[in-house]
Design a protein around this ligand. Sequence first.
Ligand code: G4P
Length: 531
Amino acid sequence: MNQESESINAKEIKKRRTFAIISHPDAGKTTLTEKLLLFGGAIQQAGSVKGRKADRHATSDWMEMEKQRGISVTTSVMQFEHKNAIMNLLDTPGHEDFSEDTYRTLTAVDSALMVIDVAKGVENRTIKLMEVCRLRTTPILTFINKLDREGKEPIELLDEVESVLNIECAPMTWPIGMGKRFKGVYHLYEDTIHLFSATHGGKIMQGETIKGLDNPELDALVGDQAEELREEIELVKGASHEFNLEAYLAGTQTPVFFGSAINNFGILELLDAFADYAPSPQGREADQRFVSAQEENFSGFVFKVQANMDPSHRDRIAFLRICSGKFDKGMKINHVRIGKKIQVGNAITFKADSRKNIEEAYSGDIIGLHNHGTIQVGDTFSEGEVLKYSGIPYFAPELFRRVVLKDPLRGKALQKGLVQLTEEGATQLFKPLKNNDLILGAVGILQFDVTAFRLKAEYNVECVYDNVSINTARWVSSDNPAKFEEFKKKAFDNLAKDGGGYLVYLASSRVNLQLTEERWPDIKFSATREL
Ligand code: G4P
């Protein structure tokens, strides 16, 4: 690679902002996603993101949603541009039964946007997701939503974020009233007032802005609230943290914006700041060494696999986050786990309303690889070097069901469907050594219904579930081959293979697990399988 192309790479990489939105269900993630796409010009009309909004509702709603999903804008990755920055927004499911999927996706982003409902404040899911972001010190920008409704006092809310989430808040904008008295936001660093006008539809309007807090125009337009605002701003400036880019990038401070996603309001300020301050693709630890995003050789890892994403294509897509270098159409890349080079001529990229073949992609981008069953979540691809990006575990499921086929003649289709759906990682398939049972394991109960629904819809297989007396699972291994052989013989009735062919001990109860662990000190029982 010559110097010129290297600097083109560096420029392209610098433009990227790869992020996810974290929030408690109902705070407005779907609405905000849609509005970001609208502002980014990736969609023309509000209302076209069906997304996974129904995640939070009952199973039946979720399924209905899935049914209607079709080829619409429900991609897991959405790319759009703003202020010369290229944004890669990674969708994460809202329902907690899908949290594993969310955790894995969060390993593929460089920053996050946190949405908080002004009336509800910091909620459970937000706390959990924040903990996950902390594991990799992911910088977080905050959007306080629904200012068109009555809610908590902004100062109180910032206190709550600071104490519950243990992060400094730096207000960037400040609301002028709320609910019926909501008049707009004041930008503390640009000294401008953006007046609120409700625009529910898909149109983007810049809205009216006034320069300067002391501008008499403000008094003319918002009356008494102008003086209230001036007093409040003085207070806020004295009592809150000043924006500090380094602290934001280090994950210790979150810049805060106020607005109303449904009204397209306050989003431009957020997006501008995001383009200016959010980190471009960061380097990443591999087992072997630290890999910088600017390195010229291509590398990346798969954080998600999805089957039948687009029912009309009926394909399985592996989502790969590029960690270094550049991807060119037709390039040969090394599938490190299986030590095989593959030529990739048809990787896909995701625009909001379409998918198309990629010509090139850079560090920070997500590309979709067609998966024919060889790619697993966690796999690393490189240009040749043996690299393994770590930190994407499979968790031992806590819930188990035996899959019972309604029509015995559909056995083959069932196997195929289960293998393909469990590749996604949300449910895991276990095959006991002692019989031909198919045991599904999941972390959340909704996963079972979704799997049954998708088996019917995507593979035309009907099944029901039986309860099984399995309480938990542990991956087993040992440095002592003789003991391991002995264990395998003795524990044969409790052993199974998982989807990746790894040996798993299925325990009927916690006590059973504990006793077995005590009895076999040479055997390692793991609650996670590192990928
Ligand atoms: P989620 O993805 O985080 O679960 O939230 P979503 O965007 O679906 O928003 C949850 C509800 O909050 C929706 O109402 C949505 O319209 C509403 N909402 C989002 N932003 C704002 C806002 O700025 N102001 C107000 N007042 N409401 C907002 P819903 O009734 O559940 O759905 P819908 O029938 O309106 O689609």
